[in-house]
Design a protein around this ligand. Structure first.
Ligand code: ZN
Ligand code: ZN
Length: 174
């Protein structure tokens, strides 16, 4: 969806509010593809404020299905954040040093889908757990250990711990 914001840019104190639907059915990033299971329309406000600033604001509220970081079970995860962008206006033009990095504003055309995609990306949860004490999966047979125990020998050390162990052993030899 493209919104023409020229009427706001060229007119002091003018604002417009657009109801924006998130069109994404799933969110694709370098982390993978995640189904969006719930999404609320966004009231996106575009305003010419403080005698020379353009402000784009709104609240994003959606839920995505994201695998648990430990056991990989899908976890419905709520993603909720505010968009709040400000640009300086000079002579009815948008002027900002960072403008070159901004891909969602081309002239007076605001590409809402690109804006929202970028904002979801920076607000994406770093880590999702199905529950705080998720037991994860067995490294040997792949069983989900929240659902029961397997009979595997899982005494082998974490590779990072093994490296530390090696260092200790070397010290002992000296
Ligand atoms: Zn889990
Ligand atoms: Zn196992």
């Amino acid at each position: 969806m493209i919104i023409d914001i020229s009427s706001v840019v060229t007119c002091e104190n003018k604002s417009l509010t657009e109801k924006v639907q998130i069109e994404l059915e799933s969110f694709v990033s370098r982390l993978g593809e995640f189904p969006i299971i719930e999404k609320a329309p966004i009231d996106l406000q575009i305003a010419n404020i403080d005698g020379g600033k353009l402000r784009i604001s709104g609240t994003v509220d959606l839920a995505a299905s994201i695998p648990c970081s430990r056991c990989l079970e899908e976890v419905p995860t709520r993603i909720h954040f505010d968009i709040d962008k400000e640009f300086r206006l000079e002579n009815s033009a948008i002027n900002d040093e960072e403008m070159e990095d901004i891909d969602y504003l081309i002239g007076f055309d605001l590409d809402v889908d690109k804006l929202i995609y970028g904002e979801i990306l920076v607000n994406w949860p770093m880590k999702v757990l199905c529950k705080e004490d998720c037991k994860g999966i067995c490294k040997v047979c792949g069983m989900n250990l929240n659902k029961g125990d397997c009979n595997c020998q899982r005494t082998e050390l974490d590779p990072r711990m093994a490296a530390i162990q090696d260092v200790f052993n070397k010290f002992k030899e000296v």
